[in-house]
Write a protein that binds this ligand. Sequence first.
Ligand code: ATP
Ligand code: MG
Length: 261
Amino acid sequence: MSMKDEHDKDLAGSIEEVLENAARNLERHSTHGHSIARMNDGVGGLVPLQLEERRLIHREESVRRQSDAFREIRTRLLGIAGEQNFVTLVVSVSPRSGGSFVARNLAAAFAFDEAKTSLLIDCNLRYPSQHKALGVEPLAGGLIDFLEQPALGIAPVLYRTGIPRVRLIPAGKARENSGEYFSSHRMGTLLDSLSSRYPDRYLFLDGPAIKGSPDARILSDLADFVVVVAGYGRDTPAAISQAVTNFDPEKMAGVVFNDLP
Ligand SMILES: Nc1ncnc2c1ncn2[C@@H]1O[C@H](COP(=O)(O)OP(=O)(O)OP(=O)(O)O)[C@@H](O)[C@H]1O
Ligand SMILES: [Mg+2]
């Protein structure tokens, strides 16, 4: 058996274990929170095929392995955090490694549980992608528009997606000097109010890659957890370790190796 096979076997074992825990977790959570299960998202959920076209996970067998991986991360985060909701920052080591892909699928995995809702916030102000990926037309603007004019309120920039219980705050107007916005008092206050308003709401910040921008580190100050996404066979171990040193070790939830198609 090659090293790789052994590794895969170990991985399969640990995923199985984690899934058992996830099932228990789901059972525990499904006994309460019925009000969220009935929350009207206005649009029907996308059917599996549409979800696959948009490269989103769903519960069908065809993408089971991939969705298991996201459930595993979800279970780990819930295990560390306990009952408290939290803010997770997802960032790639280098551009195009799949950070946004992981962020939106993780948001979807949390919302599989009918007692939870996810709010994905596109914090990649230079190259925002979530609105396109989720088929949202940000007619009322997004995060930047709110930060520039908080008097307008956050409600207009909270968009429904095709996924039940998953909402999106798109980036809004493209901006170069995004660090300024993220270190602002307003941004901190916004996240606090978004997470304290609904205790079942989990926040996901989709940030720009660690390489080439200070934003990922600045955003990590606002997050409870950081998930780093490495392009499998793309980002070197040295680059990954270097990237991880940007963050408070207490917040590091793990590194996801994303096998890009
Ligand atoms: N595991 C995967 N399976 C299928 N498609 C993927 C996967 N990972 C990434 N992609 C696709 O690859 C492209 C790049 O991924 P993504 O936008 O998530 O990367 P990123 O690291 O966020 O890039 P950026 O630096 O622009 O923020 C997207 O079209 C995404 O849907
Ligand atoms: Mg991205």
